[in-house]
Write a protein that binds this ligand. Sequence first.
Ligand SMILES: Nc1nc2c(c(=O)[nH]1)N[C@H]1C(S)=C(S)[C@@H](COP(=O)(O)OP(=O)(O)OC[C@H]3O[C@@H](n4cnc5c(=O)[nH]c(N)nc54)[C@H](O)[C@@H]3O)O[C@H]1N2
Ligand SMILES: Nc1nc2c(c(=O)[nH]1)N[C@H]1C(S)=C(S)[C@@H](COP(=O)(O)OP(=O)(O)OC[C@H]3O[C@@H](n4cnc5c(=O)[nH]c(N)nc54)[C@H](O)[C@@H]3O)O[C@H]1N2
Ligand code: SF4
Ligand SMILES: [Mo]
Length: 736
Amino acid sequence: MGGFTRRQFLKIGGAAAGAAALGGGLTTRWFGLDGDPVDDPGTDGDRVVPSFCELCFWKCGILAHVKDGRVTKITGNPAHPLSRGRLCPRGTGGIGLLYDPDRLKKPMIRREKRGQQEFQEVSWEAALDYTAEAMLRIREKHGPEAMALYSHGYGGSWFKHLLKAYGSANIAAPSYAQCRGPREVAFQLTFGSTVGSPENLDLDHSRAIALIGSHLGENMHNTQVQDFSRAIDRGASLIVVDPRYSTAAGKARWWLPIKPGTDLALLLAWMHVLIEEGLYDRDYVEKYTVGFDRLKAHVADKTPEWAFTRTTIRPEVIVETARALGGARPAALVHPGRHVVWYGDDTQRSRAIAILNALLGSWGRKGGFFIPQALSLPSYPYTKYAYHPKAPPDAPKNSVYPLADEVLASGLCMASIPGTAAYDVKGWLVYGTNLIQALPQPDVVQKAIQALDFIAVVDVLPMEIVGWADVVLPEATYLERCDEIDAPPWREPFAAVRQPVVEPMYDSKPGWWIARELALRLGLKDYFPWKDSVEYAMHRVHGAGLSCDEMRRTGVIRGPRVPVYFEDGLEPSFATPSGKIEIWSQRMEEAGIGGLPDYTPPEEPPPGMFRLLFGRAPMHTFGRTSNNRFLASVERGNELWLNARIATELGLRSGEMVVCVNQDGVRSEPLPLKATERIRPDCVYLVHGYGHDAKGLSFARGRGASDSRLVTRVRVDPAMGGTGMNVNFVRVERAA
Ligand SMILES: Nc1nc2c(c(=O)[nH]1)N[C@H]1C(S)=C(S)[C@@H](COP(=O)(O)OP(=O)(O)OC[C@H]3O[C@@H](n4cnc5c(=O)[nH]c(N)nc54)[C@H](O)[C@@H]3O)O[C@H]1N2
Ligand SMILES: Nc1nc2c(c(=O)[nH]1)N[C@H]1C(S)=C(S)[C@@H](COP(=O)(O)OP(=O)(O)OC[C@H]3O[C@@H](n4cnc5c(=O)[nH]c(N)nc54)[C@H](O)[C@@H]3O)O[C@H]1N2
Ligand code: SF4
Ligand SMILES: [Mo]
């Protein structure tokens, strides 16, 4: 399938000839979203099946075009509010996953020592019996809580249900403590509501937007990038704060190449200017917030000059950008980011962002944060879980991280090393997460896995984690199965269905089937009373009084529009202890972290070393798409960004192969150098998700370098246990 040019590639899945454009905009194209949105995508296939995407976790509505039993192209469903007739490049590339020749094809059981990647193909019968027996043994010997589920991705719902029925609440995903946890905790503390996914950002109507690292356009969440592009086309002022000149910085009025790890100083100085110059929303602050006076005193000395010495951003730029935000309020938005586990003070930085938005009066306002609304679907009338699960080994009750409101993937991993936590975790069921690349500190992860009694992996590809499994359960891809209904809170309520487009290939099975078969073997039949997931999903749709036929025909049902802004009559309410927006947080104060965010300076890189930073590439989702030949035709590997002047000093040239060696002596795989003015001299940058060493990834293996390997240190957030990962330093050497 190789050999697409970027241009040809971007046409794929885009507008059919003559399709009606709904207002394209130059910037969406510049960011690489596919063609014009279409009303009627047309098809040269036999049929078109609506469903939703799983190439990332945004879940855009898709139309899968099928000819002679094969999926020929995937386009955006015009009726679906998260795609509006468009997909990001990855979404169109789902075919590359479906027809990936390296897919897991049969259940397998480990033959050699754990981690040697040697397996024997077995029947489903044998694999399921083996798994169920191991789970029963663990429950009998150690209690149900000794079994943990790691689950990322939408098909995981069946396994979560299974594990709760089995008796364990130890269910985690790296998308919390390794991703957006601090943000969710901070917004919950401040506004009484998380930002969630998809985020409730009204970028579409914003007149000023500040991005703190969030590299929209490389971070390609479809609707968000569409809205962002529209705001730029309409002339919104864009402020990009990033040590690296990101794709978004290329569209910005101000690029603030901040010294990594010092954002809190900038955020406090912005507050200082907004308050000092009376640019904040006085009415809003008076009516809806508590703690403003304390904040005012707190930031009185956080002048732009003070911040300059920490951030290296010139005072006049700090003042100008603060005025741009203040002048556009309430249609002004400081983006809360998504992957925010950077330096260990991340809940505090996210709180500072939340407070800034409160000063701008943007929560609940047009051009700020809309208040999302969900379509209510009754849950399936299951038997109640008959369990009193033990708190996770590092749960709030055990008081390790007082404000964690989800189980920590890193915590469960730690607890698998015997004797390190309140109790030991002995078994892992891993669904849709490549923990080897997703969790920090590879040596800890390996030690944990080696100590387990049992590990089973449900995946679609032979990723690194699969190589560590005792038993491998090959799942059918999202194009071959039905999952839970998707009805997230959003700008307008909706519910969408995922339905099989084609039959499962090889001997792969849908997750619902695997979970149900395990349940039958675990004596949990009552918890899976339905015949299949379609019956389950349609039961919920029908229960909400919606038409199952319409749902299956169009893929999505949209509820009535309801007010999502305070100015449209939505009654402001904040689910915080005070019932107001908490600028000063009693809970943070009581946790000993401080009721208001405080700046602490980051550790400096040792001489000759650079801070290691990483992020996303528009064509890829982490490492899960690097074996996708369709997507890799555009981006084949990663490069190491290094400041051009530093490269010259080191005698290194663009294009030559280099390796990174971190503070603990860990070496990366070789990768090409990108010497560029677009990054500060004190850090280096690479795209996450490369450097695969799994034997079965015949395409991705050996391409590029893995940042995960170099993240041997973390700084843990004392509020919620997030693992700050931007705290590693590397030397750059010419590859041998
Ligand atoms: N194409 C694509 N899109 C994706 C994903 C994907 O895999 N592929 N993944 C999705 C997921 S799960 C997530 S969580 C998001 C992540 O996307 P974001 O939340 O946007 O990611 P971050 O890792 O926070 O941002 C990386 C950027 O932060 C900058 N940065 C690093 N350190 C600092 C610092 O100290 N200060 C500042 N101001 N900037 C800094 C880096 O230079 C880089 O540009 O992307 C989502 N979108
Ligand atoms: N060093 C470093 N670590 C990071 C990050 C980073 O930038 N750098 N980013 C962090 C962030 S923001 C996040 S959200 C996490 C994400 O980390 P993960 O949760 O690991 O996400 P993915 O890398 O998408 O892993 C997806 C896994 O699911 C499999 N998969 C794909 N589709 C299906 C399916 O339909 N069914 C099943 N059963 N499996 C499927 C893939 O083959 C792959 O093994 O990683 C975090 N960890
Ligand atoms: S943002 Fe892209 S990859 Fe993610 S769900 Fe939407 S189309 Fe799929
Ligand atoms: Mo993430």
